[in-house]
Design a protein around this ligand. Structure first.
Ligand SMILES: [Zn+2]
Length: 346
């Protein structure tokens, strides 16, 4: 079954298959938990089963028995599918007994070697996640990508294409799975939640809190993340209405990055409301947005994005969030947009 938020990506793929334009290397991208792996499994089944992914033939059964996501307690270079012409490459336990963070060059060598044999029928190699390949591994894969073989499809999955070298990117065709805030995705999410707890909150809000990633929303709900997120969102809105509330931000401690993402979402939603020129579902947000100028909202969104990207550095997140919040607390009555000084060091 195709998940509703995979529909667009799936249509793009359909077109490639129908027109016989499936490339030698396919890159499937999207944020964590968006479902890249399931999407890939569906594609593989579709390509290999002769009976439109019947689920009953020998090939479908072999594929269904694969579970390459499971962590092995011994080290391996690549994993073979129950179907003979399919292999997987992923981070594995290394010889010293700890989980490796990278996909290493010896793994990619084994992967390419295995795909190097001529095959009469389609052979497929999957790397998840390609943005975990170290430099040597990426270089080693490049050689194989440069000399595509007949009947061979390499599928790379990646969370973040910024971490892939241009040389690899330029040799792949990309299919991107985007987050979704539409009714179908919300309905899917609602169906996964049992009826009793569904009454406690709005499914669309849950989906928004998870940045449009339904599986992430389910995970958030299992922990208390969703309710904490609601708390942050409410306090952020209070701060914009009553700037003195900025002294009550203990609940943000140790969650600075998530709070910045929450603010990013509020501002983007706000800009959307302002452009469409009608009120959104969140009454408090409507009030704030009505009084804020486009110019300041866009600038603050930029700064918030920048703050989020700095979280990868050694920046003091608490100071950074405080600086962004000072601007946000005055967003309804700013005359001149202030420069956020903390950025200048980076
Ligand atoms: Zn089948």
């Amino acid at each position: 079954m195709i998940l509703p938020w995979h529909q667009k990506a799936s249509e793009k793929l359909d077109k490639m298959i129908e027109q016989n334009h499936l490339p030698h290397a396919l890159l499937i991208t999207g944020v964590e938990k968006i479902g890249k792996f399931d999407f890939t499994q569906n594609l593989i089944q579709r390509l290999l089963c002769n009976n439109s992914s019947c689920g009953e033939c020998e090939i479908c059964k072999a594929l269904n028995n694969d579970d390459p996501k499971i962590e092995l307690d011994y080290s391996a270079l690549i994993r073979r599918s129950h179907y003979p012409n399919l292999i997987y490459c992923r981070t594995e336990l290394n010889d010293s007994g700890s989980m490796s963070k990278d996909i290493r060059v010896d793994q990619i060598r084994a992967f390419c070697e295995s795909l190097g044999k001529t095959a009469d029928t389609l052979q497929i190699g999957v790397i998840f996640y390609a943005d975990q390949m170290n430099n040597n591994a990426a270089n080693s894969l490049l050689k194989t990508l440069e000399e595509p073989r007949k009947n061979t499809l390499i599928i790379l999955l990646a969370h973040n294409i910024d971490r892939l070298p241009m040389t690899i990117l330029s040799r792949c065709q990309t299919i991107h799975i985007s987050p979704s805030y539409d009714q179908e995705a919300a309905q899917w999410l609602g169906n996964q939640i049992d009826e009793n707890s569904r009454q406690d909150f709005d499914v669309m809000q849950l989906l928004e809190g998870a940045h449009g990633v339904p599986h992430k929303a389910l995970e958030d709900l299992q922990g208390d993340y969703f309710f904490r997120y609601q708390g942050w969102q409410n306090l952020l809105l209070e701060i914009a209405v009553t700037p003195t509330k900025i002294s009550e931000t203990e609940i943000f401690s140790d969650n600075e990055l998530d709070v910045l993402k929450c603010l990013q979402h509020l501002i983007s939603e706000g800009i959307k409301i302002k452009i469409l020129n009608h009120d959104g579902a969140n009454l408090e947000l409507n009030k704030v947005i009505e009084k804020a100028s486009f110019n300041h909202l866009f600038k603050l969104l930029d700064d918030t994005n920048r703050a989020i990207s700095l979280s990868q550095t050694t920046v003091n997140m608490k100071l950074l969030l405080d600086n962004v919040l000072v601007v946000w607390s005055h967003i309804t009555n700013l005359n001149k947009y202030p420069a956020i000084t903390h950025f200048q060091e980076y």
